[in-house]
Design a protein around this ligand. Structure first.
Ligand SMILES: NC(=O)C1=CN([C@@H]2O[C@H](COP(=O)(O)OP(=O)(O)OC[C@H]3O[C@@H](n4cnc5c(N)ncnc54)[C@H](OP(=O)(O)O)[C@@H]3O)[C@@H](O)[C@H]2O)C=CC1
Ligand SMILES: O=C(CO)COP(=O)(O)O
Length: 344
């Protein structure tokens, strides 16, 4: 059973952070959520809504929001980061400055999905660099096929809490588990974080296929061949191959490539319909992680000498202005291969 007195800090009040925070409140925990904007804090505290991110959802009135980071993390046994990947380093640095040295009480968890531009680091690696080991009790990635819109209305969702520290992973499992939100543990945080990041690239492609009017055969092929290249790069980077057939691999790939809730899928769909990338990003008003992750994965694949034809095609479309139809045609015209080839 979760200790009722336990206090949880959620950092980031976008669609996912706010719904995860609400889930924990409903599970009986004391939760404070941090937002950088006072008007959003006022809306959450007074109206119990967060209209920009989830238009028709009412949050539990026990959820407390504030812009004061110190107040949010004070006394927290878990600090859960749910900001876009590009903000993880800065936020972690600010948190580290507020945690006491030699106080290893706090589990640091995150539910974000991406790789850092430039360094290509996974989120737990960034956190480990910014929050000294003596100020934390493990780093956990909470990941899997999960859309805020569905968890908000208690649809059934299964995710994974991954960490090198199994006690910390079990703690995250314990505080989140309920009758609609089921959590597994996993020790392969490399595979879990890489699967979570890379699936967004393939989701951009799945959306683009839809926008162009292609059917289910094309979608299934993209998901399958996408998984093959995700796993190839992931294993080269130290992941366990089996992780890619779990919730955070194929599970998240399926949901993100097929759900209208996915921002990455929706962005791809609009690109497929001929919209301009800058306009798509501006109109989304929420993070589209796959755009930066495509660049990071493309560079990592070059560095590791791993062939990733789909990622390369999406990179060309996003970063070199290539026409999507031309990129698809080139993929289709590649030399015939054996499906049994595992390396390339
Ligand atoms: N939405 C979902 O269903 C899921 C999302 N995720 C992952 O969770 C992470 C967050 O996604 P999500 O909540 O959807 O994103 P949103 O775009 O909905 O919200 C992002 C939140 O982060 C804040 N933020 C943005 N930039 C910064 C910054 N530089 N410094 C501090 N705070 C910042 C935003 O604040 P402001 O409003 O002030 O801009 C907002 O509160 C992503 O990595 C995503 O892939 C994972 C699973 C499901
Ligand atoms: O990670 C997600 C689903 O598991 C959310 O995907 P999007 O960021 O594409 O909305």
């Amino acid at each position: 059973m979760v200790a009722v007195c336990e206090r949880i800090a959620v950092i980031g009040a976008g669609s996912w952070g706010s719904v995860l925070a609400n889930t924990l409140v409903l599970n009986g925990l004391k939760v404070r959520i941090w937002s950088r904007r006072q008007e959003q804090v006022d809306e959450l505290n007074n109206l119990h809504t967060n209209r920009h991110y989830l238009a028709d959802f009412e949050y539990d009135s026990r959820l407390q929001a504030t812009t004061e980071l110190k107040k949010v993390i004070e006394g927290a046994t878990v600090i859960l980061l749910v900001v876009p990947t590009k903000a993880i380093r800065m936020v972690s640095r600010q948190i580290a400055a507020l945690l006491a040295p030699n106080d290893k009480k706090t589990v640091i968890a995150h539910a974000s999905k991406g790789l850092e531009l430039g360094t290509h680091k996974r989120i737990s690696e960034i956190i480990a660099e910014e929050i000294p080991e003596d100020r934390r009790n493990g780093i956990v990635a909470l990941s899997g096929p999960s859309h805020a819109e569905e968890v908000a209305c208690h649809d059934l969702t299964l995710v994974t809490a991954a960490s090198e520290n199994q006690e910390a992973a079990k703690h995250i499992q314990k505080i989140f588990m309920n009758e609609y939100f089921r959590v597994y543990t996993n020790s392969d945080i490399i595979g879990v974080e890489l699967g979570a990041a890379f699936k967004n690239i393939i989701a951009l492609g799945a959306g683009a296929l839809h926008g162009l009017g292609y059917g289910d055969d094309a979608k299934a092929a993209l998901i399958t061949r996408g998984l093959a290249e995700i796993a190839r790069l992931g294993v080269a980077l130290g992941a366990e191959p089996l992780t890619f057939i779990g919730l955070t691999g194929v599970g998240d790939l399926i949901v993100t490539c097929t759900s209208v809730h996915s921002r990455n899928w929706r962005a791809g769909d609009q690109l497929g319909r001929g919209e301009d990338l800058k306009k798509v990003v501006a109109n989304m008003g929420m993070v589209i992680e796959g755009i930066n992750t495509t660049k990071a994965a493309y560079e990592l694949a070059q560095q590791e000498k791993i062939e990733m034809p789909i990622t390369e095609a999406i990179y060309d479309v996003i970063y070199k202005g290539r026409k999507i139809k031309d990129a698809i045609l080139e993929l289709m015209k590649r030399e015939g291969r054996s499906e049994e080839e595992t390396k390339n």
